[in-house]
Design a protein around this ligand. Structure first.
Ligand SMILES: C[S@@+](CC[C@H](N)C(=O)[O-])C[C@H]1O[C@@H](n2cnc3c(N)ncnc32)[C@H](O)[C@@H]1O
Length: 171
């Protein structure tokens, strides 16, 4: 991902310092006050431990300047937990040819299977965070003015949403 980031930065002619850091110790690795943190691609749900989620959000807030924003997303796990899986098959992160679906659904862990056109299959297990829990975590971490988008729309039907993106400001 770092290599791809550098390729993209070169392509667009921008200088983009890169580093690898665990979110939970982010402030140890990056200095300066950032305008925005972007944590997309359902990435936050790689954290399974509530303490880790609290720690990561606190660190995100710590490295943002006053008035800075956090942009963070997750799948609509409420729908998956309550109804099983369905998808508009519109928002994929790995190409239109790839089928992604949960094959094991549990309150603590959802195992996704990614099937590729060449017949290969890959698996990813994630923590199914609920919308209200995520909002509470953001508030408890000191984020304010939360706006949530369903599949990139501010006006959305939650039951017909694949991904939720939150935009939250430091207090
Ligand atoms: C599904 S990928 C999404 C990547 C990227 N945001 C995107 O949209 O293409 C999830 C990413 O979260 C990263 N990740 C998971 N836990 C992390 C942690 N504790 N600290 C930093 N990164 C983490 C993984 O290494 C992986 O790169």
């Amino acid at each position: 991902m770092i290599r791809k980031t550098r390729e993209n930065a070169d392509r667009w002619g921008v200088e983009l310092p890169t580093t690898v850091a665990d979110w939970r110790q982010l402030s140890k690795h990056v200095d300066g006050q950032f305008d925005a943190i972007v944590c997309l691609g359902n990435a936050f749900t790689h954290l399974f431990d509530e303490d880790d989620r609290v720690m990561a959000l606190a660190e995100f807030r710590r490295v943002l300047r006053a008035g800075g924003i956090l942009i963070i997303d997750h799948r609509n796990y409420d729908y998956i937990l309550d109804n099983g899986f369905r998808s508009k098959h519109k928002y994929y992160y790995c190409g239109r040819e790839v089928d992604a679906r949960p094959i094991e659904i549990d309150i603590n862990a959802v195992k996704f299977q990614y099937s590729f056109p060449d017949g290969s299959r890959h698996f990813l297990t994630l923590h199914p965070i609920r919308l209200n829990r995520m909002k509470t975590l953001l508030e408890n971490a000191g984020f304010r003015n939360l706006t949530s988008y369903g599949d990139f729309e501010e006006d959305y039907d939650f039951d017909d949403t694949d991904f939720v993106v939150h935009v939250a400001a430091t207090g």
